[in-house]
Design a protein around this ligand. Structure first.
Ligand SMILES: Nc1ncnc2c1ncn2[C@@H]1O[C@H](COP(=O)(O)OP(=O)(O)O)[C@@H](O)[C@H]1O
Ligand SMILES: [Mg+2]
Length: 267
């Protein structure tokens, strides 16, 4: 089993989009995949279930936030009842739905749980659920809401930091990695973390960012994901019909699989 977490410094960089594309690649390989929407605004769940579907899960008390409450209280729980089964590119995928309930439970976890550290509680609670899958993909919200990034970082074996490196993003990334180094006692060079450059154009600015990032002390995926309409067409997964987009995802996927097979270095 491999748990991947998608993190970012800024918002709207393509975490959810790329998490879905990775899930789709693993589904095509016949893997048992669980998507976990750790977003109170339920971006990924809405993409897969539609607005109504995501709202229904919230009303029925069947989101990952509700599940976490039960696990936190130590109440007996049949977690399979919380798993939605939407389609992604025509294939069925398991999903723990995001929603507003997450905000409250994450707050509670953060401020009340002290053992062994608040960052580790989410992974510990959901561990038995993750164990039932070959691939688990956690989608989060940007680092300015630290609890989500930190919890996902702790729960994951591999952390994909998605970056759309324009404007203030490089500065935000530097701040985020500095905080990781301080709080999680890990460095950007940790084999656990890799940067995915997304939505970069073939213009001069895009090229300049790519070169700058290649020199940064952060491991970066060689594959760069271009700015292409096909990527926004989810859950149909329109990228498979776009030769360039499919080539990018396949190349990135090969890197991911190779990376996932390597052990995390312990410093
Ligand atoms: N490579 C890309 N090319 C074109 N559009 C993209 C790409 N990646 C993401 N998008 C679009 O950018 C917007 C933000 O993406 P999203 O995955 O929701 O970001 P995040 O989850 O980081 O907030 C969405 O409208 C999405 O369709
Ligand atoms: Mg998102």
């Amino acid at each position: 089993m491999t748990v991947f977490a998608f993190l970012s410094a800024g918002g709207g960089v393509g975490k959810t989009t790329m998490a879905l594309h990775l899930a789709h690649r693993f589904l095509l390989e016949g893997r048992r995949v669980l998507l976990v929407d750790l977003d109170p605004s339920a971006g990924l769940s809405t993409a897969l279930l539609g607005e109504e579907g995501a709202a229904r899960a919230e009303e029925s008390g069947l989101t990952v936030g509700h599940l976490l409450w039960r696990l936190l209280k130590g109440a007996p729980v049949d977690w399979a009842g919380y798993v939605a089964r939407p389609r992604l590119g025509g294939l069925e995928v398991d999903l723990l739905v995001g929603g507003e309930e997450l905000s409250d439970v994450m707050g509670s976890i953060w401020f009340s749980a002290t053992w062994p550290s608040p960052e580790s509680v989410l992974g510990r609670l959901l561990g038995p659920v993750f164990a039932a899958y070959e691939v688990v993909i956690l989608d989060t919200i940007p680092f300015y809401e630290r609890r989500y990034s930190m919890s996902a970082f702790f729960a994951a074996e591999k952390v994909v930091v998605v970056a759309h490196p324009y404007g203030a993003e490089p500065a935000r990334l530097r701040r985020m990695f500095a905080k990781f180094a301080q709080v999680l006692q890990t460095t950007p060079l940790d084999m656990k973390t890799r940067l995915l450059v997304n939505k970069v154009g073939n213009d001069r600015e895009g090229k300049a960012w790519r070169e700058r990032l290649a020199q940064a002390a952060i491991p970066v995926f060689k594959t760069v994901i271009g700015d292409r309409v096909a990527y926004s067409r989810v859950p149909e997964m329109a990228y498979v019909k776009d030769r360039k987009a499919r080539g990018e995802v396949e190349s990135w996927f090969r890197e991911v699989v190779e990376w996932a097979a390597t052990e995390v270095e312990v410093f």
